[in-house]
Design a protein around this ligand. Structure first.
Ligand code: AMP
Ligand code: GLY
Length: 423
């Protein structure tokens, strides 16, 4: 069959590699793809947001399945455009992707259906938000309602910081319309875990767990980023916790979306915090995590096409998800200065070293090909993933493999997976 992947980051590269391993895929396309994806797929220059062109391409090229990777097109309804044209797409419809697109929606959903999460209030008026803060307990968390590249969450330690936060989000509109409405939420503490789940509208099946490192610098210092590295599985996500989450979070979320007439088909990413009072939902995303996909998918034994088709057809109950009994670590190689100011256009060397190495992957995020060379072309440049028989081996392998790659201004965190030392 012919498969089109919409997207061009590290997550889509991981999806593309998995698709290329499927015996059912004869031809793989990616829009727009990137220099790494181009090794396994034909890249076509169409924007992820251009539903009309994407559908036209899929029709003309008789695409059997389109996989939509990023949040923006899902929230904008690109999956709906495919379905309306009679084409098969993997990814939630717009009315279900709202679970990521609006934090106020997801918080209200959790409250209505008793799904454990932090206490909160929603405000669409800065004055009311500021007066609420006067008597609120600190620290406190402010969240822009809409999509903000993972950066619309402010953790405020005191009244002054929180008031400045309301100004940033609602008055200065740092994230544009995403800040028209904000959620003000109780601050929670605990370990964070990402659990990505396949969903068919009725059934939900969690994949193996992962943990992301969102801050730019070692020791969880510096600014929030799209993610600086991941490991999988999380040793803190035990079988008991998994059972609790299945009964109190995953199944109730599916049922809640169904009751609301918003059947969720695709990937539901549950960002969890393991608090003293049990696991609670930090956020939902309507897609694979980036860079969670880069550690979860390399460990998956299933044919990804079989699983995705079962989700679309509402027969996920027939599928048994199967993951390797090992571990994986992904270290992001970024451009010095990310997530603020950084330079691009430097030549990357060493990519070929990965070609014949079983259990090692280099996923491209911000790269481009030019004159036979691969150049840096973004803040997050590459994700280097290595597997190992346990987390310690996987981490050692990943930090060995990052040495194979060189480019000017190469920057990475040196403590990805450090939490495993404390288990
Ligand atoms: P989100 O995009 O909602 O996952 O938030 C980004 C990050 O902010 C999370 O990964 C957490 O580290 C942190 N965060 C979000 N909500 C809370 C909360 N209620 N309490 C503590 N930390 C939070
Ligand atoms: N790694 C977090 C995310 O994809 O939102």
């Amino acid at each position: 069959m012919k498969v089109l992947i919409v997207g061009g980051g590290g997550r889509e590269h991981a999806i593309a590699v998995k698709c290329s391993e499927s015996s059912r895929v004869d031809k793989l396309y990616a829009a727009p793809g990137n220099a790494g994806i181009a090794e396994v797929a034909e890249c076509v220059d169409i924007s992820v947001m251009d539903a009309e062109k994407l559908v036209k391409f899929a029709k003309e090229n008789e695409i059997d399945l389109t996989i939509i990777g990023p949040d923006d097109p899902l929230v904008a309804g690109v999956a709906d455009a495919f379905t309306e044209a009679g084409l098969r797409a993997f990814g939630p419809a717009k009315n279900a992707a709202i679970i990521e697109g609006s934090k106020a929606f997801s918080k209200d959903l959790m409250k209505k259906y008793n799904i454990p999460s932090a206490a909160y209030e929603v405000f669409d008026n800065a004055e009311a938000a500021l007066s609420y803060l006067e008597t609120a307990k600190m620290p406190i968390v402010l969240k822009a309602d809409g999509l903000a590249l993972g950066k619309g969450v402010l953790i405020c330690n005191n009244l002054e910081e929180s008031k400045a936060g309301v100004k940033t989000l609602m008055l200065d509109k740092q994230f544009g319309k995403a800040g028209d409405k904000i959620v003000i939420e109780e601050f929670m503490t605990g370990r964070e875990v990402s659990v990505l789940c396949f969903c068919d509208g009725t059934n939900i099946k969690p994949m193996t767990s992962a943990q992301d490192h969102k801050r730019a610098k070692d020791g969880d210092k510096g600014l929030n980023t799209g993610g600086m590295g991941t490991f999988s599985p999380s040793p803190f996500y035990t079988e008991d916790i998994d059972k609790f989450c299945m009964e109190k979070i995953y199944k109730p979320t599916m049922a809640a979306m169904k009751s609301e007439g918003r059947d969720f088909k695709g990937i539901l990413f549950c960002g969890l915090m393991l608090t003293e009072d049990g696991p609670k939902v930090l956020e939902y995303n309507a897609r694979f995590g980036d860079p969670e996909a880069q550690v979860v998918l390399p460990r998956m034994r299933n044919d990804i096409i079989d699983v995705m088709e079962a989700c679309i057809d509402g027969r996920l109950d027939e599928i048994e998800l199967d993951f390797e009994d090992n571990a994986a670590v992904c270290v992001i190689l970024a451009s010095e200065g990310y997530p603020e100011h950084y330079e691009k256009g430097f030549e990357i060397t060493g990519l070929d070293t990965f070609k014949d190495k079983e259990g090692y992957y280099v996923f491209h995020a911000g790269t481009k090909s030019e004159g036979g060379k691969v150049l840096t072309n973004g803040g997050r440049v590459l994700g280097v993933t290595a597997k190992g028989e346990d987390l310690f081996k996987a981490r050692a392998n990943a930090y060995e493999a990052v040495k194979w790659i060189n480019f000017d201004n190469k920057y990475m965190r040196n403590d990805i997976g450090k939490a495993i030392d404390e288990q």
